[in-house]
Design a protein around this ligand. Structure first.
Ligand SMILES: Nc1ncnc2c1ncn2[C@@H]1O[C@H](COP(=O)(O)OP(=O)(O)O)[C@@H](O)[C@H]1O
Ligand SMILES: [Mg+2]
Length: 285
């Protein structure tokens, strides 16, 4: 069994008027099954409104499925006795760092989670230090979060999640509000957590470049998983992705254009480095 077992989950939002009459129903997640193994790095892609956030909220029991089940490290999210354990096992990082940081000082913010879990004081400080070092924010520990850049704030949010020692972290568009530098910092931190700490990562993003590091990609559209596979498999299907209003990484698009123009270029190409090597190879022929 995987660390996350999402089994035929359906979730509907029901809109009601003031009298409680049903005005409309949105099926945000429609029969989704998705299994994640411990230590995997998963990316979930999809246009706005495709159901990514609704699915993500099921992983740490912010939402409970109407149909189907979600099992996190052996715990059923429908079991209310398990909610706290589930939230410690599967942490979440959201889009807006300003909504996640509550402390006046960086180290205080990172300490809140372990403190609420009843971790002994000495260990709280050890966890705060270790978490801030992991995301490269230790030297900012005495600063006010207000003084930090967006990328730095988001790294503090990540440290606050890591301090609870989760096995899995769900990132819901963590870079959407950041500049390119902040985006790189956050993605680097997420990749390091996976590579070094072996934390399972689920990254929801609409930046295709961020998904190339994933072991597997899932594409959502209208509440369903419509594509899945390795980055190579998914990004090879340029036309299909476009039909779901998604792009491919820029270098992949360029290689695709060249291939369509008759250039015998390898496909897909996901990174600049690969594109460079391939162009050098073609130039030497
Ligand atoms: N709290 C809510 N109440 C009603 N409808 C919602 C709510 N949250 C999301 N939806 C609707 O559910 C669908 C999926 O939304 P969401 O899960 O946020 O998608 P994504 O994260 O992929 O943009 C959309 O049609 C959205 O409008
Ligand atoms: Mg969303």
């Amino acid at each position: 069994m995987g660390i996350i077992d999402i089994n035929k989950v359906t979730y509907e939002y029901i809109r009601r008027d003031e009298d409680g009459n049903v005005e409309g129903i949105t099926t945000a997640v429609n029969g989704v099954s998705l299994n994640v193994k411990a230590g995997e790095f998963i990316a979930i892609l999809g246009h706005n409104g495709s159901g990514k956030s609704t699915l993500a909220k099921h992983i740490n029991a912010l939402l409970v499925p109407e149909e189907g089940s979600v099992i996190v490290d052996g715990m059923d999210t429908a079991d209310e006795d398990k909610t706290l354990s589930i939230r410690q096992t599967a942490g979440m990082v959201f889009q807006n760092p300003d909504n996640q940081i509550i402390g006046q000082i960086v180290e205080e913010d990172v300490g809140f989670g372990p403190e609420n879990m009843g971790v002994p004081t000495k260990e709280i400080w050890e966890r705060v230090e270790e978490s801030l070092r992991t995301v490269g924010m230790y030297e900012y520990r005495k600063k006010s979060p207000n003084k930090l850049s967006g990328g730095q704030k988001q790294r503090v949010s990540i440290a606050s999640v890591i301090a609870m020692h989760p096995k899995c972290i769900v990132f819901d568009e963590p870079t959407a509000m950041l500049d390119p530098k902040g985006r790189r910092e956050v993605i680097r931190a997420a990749r390091a957590l996976n590579d070094v700490e072996n934390i399972t990562i689920i990254l929801i993003t609409h930046y295709m470049e961020e998904a190339i590091y994933a072991d597997r990609i899932f594409v959502m559209e209208e509440g369903s998983v419509v594509m899945q596979g390795t980055p190579e498999t998914v990004f090879s299907q340029v036309d299909m992705l476009k039909s779901y209003r998604l792009d491919v990484p820029e270098v992949t698009e360029l290689a695709w254009e060249l291939k369509k123009a008759g250039v015998p270029i390898k496909f897909p190409i996901l990174t600049r480095e690969e594109l460079k090597e391939e162009l050098i190879r073609l130039g030497k022929r």
